[in-house]
Structure formats: C-alpha cells, structure tokens
Design a protein around this ligand. Structure first.
Ligand SMILES: [Ca+2]
Ligand SMILES: [Ca+2]
Length: 386
C-alpha cells in the first residue's frame, strides 16, 4: 500500500536474538494438556473466509500437547461415495492473552506442504469480535504453502509475512516472502516478529522476511497495529492462499503434523500484555474512555431503526465490562438510551423510533462503572454520525 517499506533494513538485524533475556511470557507446551487459561479453539468448517477445506475440531487427534510441543494434525477422512474431507486444528489466545508491541516468537516444525497445506502463526486485533476484519488488523508472522510458492517449486522453502488493515473503508495489505535455501519442513525453525510503535519486522532463524512502517507519520490509519492483538496457530487444508479449494487437488501427505515447541513474548521496552490469563479477568485499569462508536441501521423500509455499538476501554487498552453507557441520538431518530458493556467492552443501542430515512448523530453522554472513572479527555471519539 502507500505506507510501506520496500527495502530491507540491515540495522534491524542487530536487534535480532534475545538469548540473554528471559521471556516476559511463554508457553513451552510442557504439560499434558493445552493450557486453556491461555488458549481456546476455533471450531468448524465453512471455509473461514478463505475457501479453506478443513473442519477445525478440538479432538485430541487434531490438537494436543505431547512431548513438550503443541501438535496440530490434519487428517483425511475418506468416506465411500463421498469427496475426501479433512479435519485439523486452530488455537487462539483471544481475550485470554493479548500483546501490544513486543518480540513474539514461536519455534515451529511445519509438515511437508505440497500441495494444499497452509500452516500459520499470526495475530488479530483483540477487538476482532467487535469491529470485524480488516478493521481489527492482522499480522501474519508466518504463512507457508502459497499458490505462488507451489508454482515456483519452493513450497517448503517460502515463508510469507503480511499485514492486513482498514484503509479508507477498504482492505489494505502489504506482505513479502523469503525463500530459504533449504527446506523448512525437515526441522524446527524460529519465526519471530519484532513489533514496536514504529515498525513491525519478521524473521525466520534471524533471517529478515518483511517490515512495515506503522508510525503515525507513515501510516496515520494504522491504529490496528497500536492496540492489543491475540495469537493464532493453525494448519489449514486448502484455501485461497494455496490456490487449492477442492479436496481432489490436495496432494500433501496425510496425516500432516505441525509442531510448536514454544511461543514466547519478550519485552522490547514497549510491550503490554493483557487478557484474563494475565490480569485474572478483572479490569486492570482505573479509567474508562470511549474507544470507538460504530453507528448503523437495523430493519428496512419505513421500519429502519438507528443503532450504535460503543466500545469502552481502560487506559491499558483492555475492554471494560459492566460499564453503564448513556448515549443520545439526534436527527432522523431521537432519544437517550442506556446500555451495559459486555465482556468485550461493547454496549449496543437500538432506537425504538422507526423511520424510512436514516441520518443521525449519536453522542456518548456518560460512562459510569462501579470502580472505574470516566475520562472523557481520553475518548477516541465522543460522537459519530450515520
Ligand atoms: Ca485503519
Ligand atoms: Ca516445548
């Protein structure tokens, strides 16, 4: 897009390596089970927006912790008279462990990918459930198995990193890939993202892959990358990234195994951790503000109602649950309404008034909470119009 760095930054290489420092947080996958205080499962089929073929399950055949590693297995199911189908696994730290800035790395062994496997180590903004994609922002630290890599004959050697975000109401993305001189599926490799308020860079075994300048000066609307994100690890079968959307085209050996020895987060001087695994699920901050107002419409014809979602966060960037929000609608729909924020910090409002025309302004009047103070000066916005 317009805000990108197209050249390598050799100086960054000197920041590589954190051998001397202890991680701020890590999961070494040493136990007998997945730590569900940190991780939960994404479940189901339906393509996940990418025409992926697999169904994600929480069956131990697909996801388990064993011999010091997270194991994600993709399995083929062949049923007589039916097309081949696949199961696999995808875990995420959404709401349980979030990170804003830091050095995030995982030691991963990918399976033989050709053709049709798509392993990934990536993040989404923790406001994903509230604002959707790409407004949440996405940072792909490692993706492998792309159609281009298959075409170039380097599917087990090419690692891609990409950022996705919202720009002027549309999806923006910027990515680069690196071709390792040797196959990556024959052993473990360390995939790392270094994320500061100015720059995001990725590496495989200290080899630079990609950088994006996210500074305010270069990317004024990259707010997506200045908020807490959660971590995702998964092994997809097929999907648009691989160019393979039919099970008959999958040739990768099955069952396929992705191993993750550890996930570690190092403090780079800017790092903020959050989520229920860190703060016990309670509100960490003491002050609330309006982080976003999302006006919209419900209903149709002459029965359109004005609606708005209001996101309340604390000064640490965590959503605030249990805040009472009062908002006033003026214009085609009028009224002052009150709503309580949910665990995602979201308060929803829908006017009772119905109208064919929808042109209104909604302003937050007050935010009250049992233990926290409303700080209007910290509001990202106080009013928004539709
Ligand atoms: Ca944006
Ligand atoms: Ca381990």
């Amino acid at each position: 897009m317009h805000t990108i760095l197209k050249t390598a930054l050799p100086l960054l290489l000197f920041t590589a390596g954190n051998a001397a420092a202890d991680p701020l947080w890590s999961d070494e996958f040493d136990g007998a089970n997945l730590n569900t205080e940190v991780w939960s499962y994404d479940l189901g089929a339906g393509g996940w927006g990418n025409s992926e073929i697999q169904e994600y399950t929480n069956d131990s055949a697909n996801v388990r912790v064993e011999n010091g590693a997270l194991v994600i297995n993709a399995h083929e199911k062949t049923q007589r008279g039916k097309r081949k189908s696949y199961t696999s696994g995808r875990i995420k730290s959404e709401n349980r462990l979030t990170v804003k800035y830091g050095t995030i790395e995982a030691r991963i062994k990918v399976p033989d990918l050709a053709d049709g496997l798509w392993p990934a180590f990536w993040t989404l903004g923790n406001n994903f459930q509230d604002v959707g994609w790409p407004d949440s922002g996405e940072l792909d630290i490692m993706e492998m198995g792309s159609a281009a890599a298959i075409d170039a004959g380097v599917v087990n050697r090419r690692v891609g990193s990409t950022a996705h975000w919202e720009h002027n109401g549309t999806h923006a993305e910027y990515g680069l890939s690196y071709d390792s001189p040797t196959d990556l599926h024959t052993g473990f490799h360390v995939f790392r993202m270094e994320w500061t308020p100015d720059l995001v860079s990725t590496y495989v075994d200290n080899q630079w892959i990609w950088s994006i300048d996210i500074s305010e000066a270069s990317c004024a609307d990259c707010t997506e990358f200045h908020q807490p994100h959660f971590i995702i690890l998964n092994l997809a079968v097929g999907g648009l990234y691989t160019g393979i959307t039919r099970s008959s085209e999958v040739t990768a050996p099955m069952p396929a195994e992705m191993l993750v020895d550890y996930v570690r987060i190092y403090d780079n001087g800017f790092t903020e951790l959050g989520g229920s695994a860190i703060d016990g699920g309670g509100n960490e901050g003491t002050q609330t503000h309006v982080a976003a107002i999302m006006p919209g419409v419900s209903g149709g014809g002459p029965n359109k109602r004005a609606r708005a979602d209001v996101l309340i966060m604390d000064e640490t960037g965590e959503p605030v649950e249990g805040a009472t929000v009062t908002a006033t609608f003026t214009g085609s729909h009028n009224g002052t309404l009150t709503s309580l924020t949910d665990a995602s910090g979201n308060a929803s409002f829908t006017t009772s008034e119905r109208n064919r025309t929808v042109a209104f302004e909604v302003c937050v009047d007050s935010v009250t909470h049992a233990t926290m103070t409303y700080t209007p000066a910290a509001n990202i916005e106080t009013c928004d119009a539709y």
